[in-house]
Write a new protein. Structure first.
Length: 295
């Protein structure tokens, strides 16, 4: 009974003539293209605005600038007290270190939960999952007081060190589900050859887990690069600003805001995320598709 609608739909498509099928395909593709343009319109408008003169940004509704200009890019890159290259460098440092810390620490914690036997494993795994229910704002003040007493405020350490301590329960859970799908016979064969837990982790689990590791790396990079709240709390000197804090400096509630420069630098800030996703999208899709599946 459950297959009846699908069979009727297939039969209905088979009764269409080749011309009708082509028309239906054209309409479907036209609808998808229209929805894509609608979703991409804000991004396309920002891209066009970054090449417009300052006086035409909010006065023209066309996506095609009447006059192309790169003044906004030049002004945005060098118009502040600190070059925007410094903000990009800071964001890259924090993002790359966060990726390395998350992949290494979370994979170690996930390996322990998924493959090792120790007392209270289920209890600690449940406690780890409970941290997913805590909003970031709940632990913000205790964390800030801790980092202030350690003398880490106004440094990159509060944004990087927690990544090396497996503080992100979401990625631990994601990796645990993936590791459970790897046959345990591989572990047993390695143990018969004299391999310990560390060698099993490094020589067997890690090479077989590249899709989920790439997934964690991509999401960590994107979330860290786009993070505004964390750097806003812990960084106060302009030379330590990230890209997101640098974009904020173009808007001034008490004076004139340079929207052209802000749009230009916003376009450039999307390039690293786009390239990072472009190079690893196949592994990202594979990691999401196979996570939690038994193989």
């Amino acid at each position: 009974m459950t297959d009846a609608p699908a069979k009727l739909e297939v039969v209905g498509l088979k009764t269409l003539s080749p011309t009708q099928r082509k028309i239906l395909s054209v309409l479907a593709h036209a609808g998808l293209i229209g929805m894509s343009i609608l979703m991409l319109y804000p991004l396309l408008w920002m891209l066009a605005a970054s090449f417009r003169p300052e006086n035409e940004i909010f006065t023209s509704a066309s996506l095609w600038p009447s006059e192309w200009s790169i003044d906004s890019y030049i002004r945005g890159w060098n118009g502040l007290r600190v070059s925007f290259s410094v903000f990009f460098t800071n964001s890259f440092i924090i993002s790359i270190l966060s990726v390395c810390g998350n992949v290494l620490a979370c994979s170690l914690a996930a390996f322990a939960f998924a493959r090792l036997e120790f007392r209270g494993r289920k209890f600690w795994f449940a406690m780890m999952l409970m941290t997913l229910m805590l909003p970031y704002q709940v632990t913000l003040i205790p964390q800030y007081v801790l980092f202030l007493n350690l003398g880490w405020v106004n440094t990159f350490l509060p944004l990087v060190v927690p990544r090396f301590l497996a503080a992100d329960a979401f990625f631990i859970f994601l990796m645990v589900q993936f590791f459970r799908g790897i046959p345990r016979e591989l572990d047993e064969a390695a143990m018969m050859d004299g391999a310990g837990p560390w060698r099993i982790y490094w020589k067997i689990i890690m090479p077989l887990s590249m899709p989920v590791l790439a997934t964690a790396a991509i999401f960590t990079f994107i979330w860290t690069w786009d993070d505004f709240f964390g750097p806003l709390i812990y960084l106060s000197e302009m030379r330590q600003y990230t890209v997101m804090l640098g974009l904020r400096t173009f808007t001034d509630s008490t004076g004139t805001s340079d929207y052209g420069s802000m749009f230009a630098m916003s376009v450039l800030s999307l390039v690293p995320i786009f390239l990072f996703f472009l190079f690893f999208q196949r592994m990202l899709i594979e990691g999401i598709a196979t996570t939690g599946m038994k193989r």
